[in-house]
Design a protein around this ligand. Structure first.
Ligand code: TRP
Length: 374
């Protein structure tokens, strides 16, 4: 029997079959040939590319063709500020920063406060608070302030609205209904929203009055917005943006769905968690691929493929391929116990968060450098 899974911008659940998703979404798997091409410009591909954390794309070969001809692209990604940032959010941004550094390009980062106000049961004021808090996390990751611009939908609306209108006029209600499953109960802001998320992919081209290629790194649930919008851009005289798609960091408690803030504290590690909270969450909740007893584990070994701690190391916290392979093999053979594996992860997460929290404090004085003055 087929296992059900769901991937939309508003819901991610079930055991996700990424190969099936590639077919459903009509996106293309990143193959070795493309990895080699990236290597040519970026040196060694990022470990997230090599390990399939970023696994699919749209038009990346075209983007590199243009780059080869001397035409620089810009990066665009974003965040819907509905709550605190957890580890599941920042993988995409760490990868985006790597792209920015390697290619030396601009990043436009959108904060969709409008989206989260429309789609969540939260007040406008609360969403504003999270917009500020989330900005601190993005800045803490080290984006170059000279090359990074924050767009806040309700604050930069004067820049965005003319373009959103032009896009909205070319998208029918029936199209967004089909793409997102909207019904008569959706509010009318939600129906308009995709046109706002579509704008940053062309805004630099509008401002600089020349067509500039765009690359959007995103978690694959955001693809439907751009599937709809990519049909529209050429009608307005712009390029279709290239996209690179990431998989989801699983929640602590298991390998289905994605790490999310809405499902209770056990499924997420927040960037503001203390070392004690991190230790407790991982020890108590991280789903284990180990055996029930030490004796059995030594004999049969563990299963790293379903072990959440191992997956976090693979996807995020152990960039060193040799070290990761040793952890994998030792766990599989039973030499490394679940408690020890969790210990490695706790160490890694806490040293990452210690740095991050320091930079997050400093970010409070830097926000102004990233904001776009109207
Ligand atoms: N809708 C995204 C979210 O809910 C935020 C977002 C806006 C975004 N523009 C984007 C994400 C571009 C990826 C790429 O978090």
């Amino acid at each position: 029997m087929e296992k059900e899974f769901k991937v939309t911008p508003w819901e991610v659940s079930g055991e996700i079959d990424y190969d099936k998703l590639i077919k459903e979404f009509g996106i293309t798997k990143i193959d070795n040939k493309l990895l080699e091409r990236i290597k040519k410009y970026a040196g060694e591909p990022h470990f997230m590319l090599k390990r399939g954390v970023f696994f699919a794309h749209r038009d990346l070969n075209w983007l590199l063709d243009e780059y080869e001809k001397g035409k620089k692209f810009f990066l665009y990604t974003g965040r819907g500020p509905s709550g605190p940032i957890h580890l599941g959010h920042i993988g995409t941004w760490i990868f985006t920063k790597w792209l920015q550094d390697k290619f030396g390009v601009e990043l436009w980062f959108q904060f969709t406060d409008d989206e989260k106000f429309l789609f969540k049961e939260k007040s406008y004021e609360e969403i504003q608070k999270w917009t500020y808090e989330n900005m601190l996390d993005v800045i803490a990751l080290g984006f170059d302030s000279k090359k990074t611009k924050f767009l806040v939908d309700t604050k930069n609306i004067n820049l965005m609205y003319p373009e959103a209108l032009k896009i909205a006029k070319k998208i029918n209600f029936s199209t967004v209904k089909a793409a997102f499953g909207f019904t008569n109960e959706n509010n009318i802001g939600e129906i308009f929203y995709t046109s706002m998320q579509a704008v940053p992919a062309i805004l630099p081209s509008v401002i600089k009055k020349e067509n500039i290629p765009c690359l959007i790194p995103l978690a694959v649930d955001q693809d439907p917005h751009f599937r709809v919008a990519r049909d529209v851009y050429p009608k307005l005289g712009f390029y279709k943006p290239a996209i690179i798609h990431g998989i989801f960091l699983p929640p602590l408690a298991g390998t289905t769905g994605k790490m999310g803030s809405s499902d209770g504290e056990e499924t997420a590690i927040y960037t503001t968690d203390t070392p004690e909270q991190v230790e407790k969450k991982i020890k108590k909740y991280a789903f284990s691929g180990g055996q029930p007893t030490t004796e059995e584990h030594r004999k049969k070994g563990g299963n790293p493929d379903i072990d959440v701690s191992y997956q976090y190391l693979r996807m995020f916290f152990e960039p060193d391929d040799k070290k990761l392979a040793k952890i994998h093999d030792d766990y599989k053979s039973g030499k490394l116990l679940t408690g020890e594996l969790k210990g490695i992860l706790i160490e890694k997460v806490n040293s990452f968060l210690k740095e991050h929290q320091k930079k997050r404090e400093l970010a409070k004085k830097q926000i102004d450098k990233y904001l776009i003055k109207n």
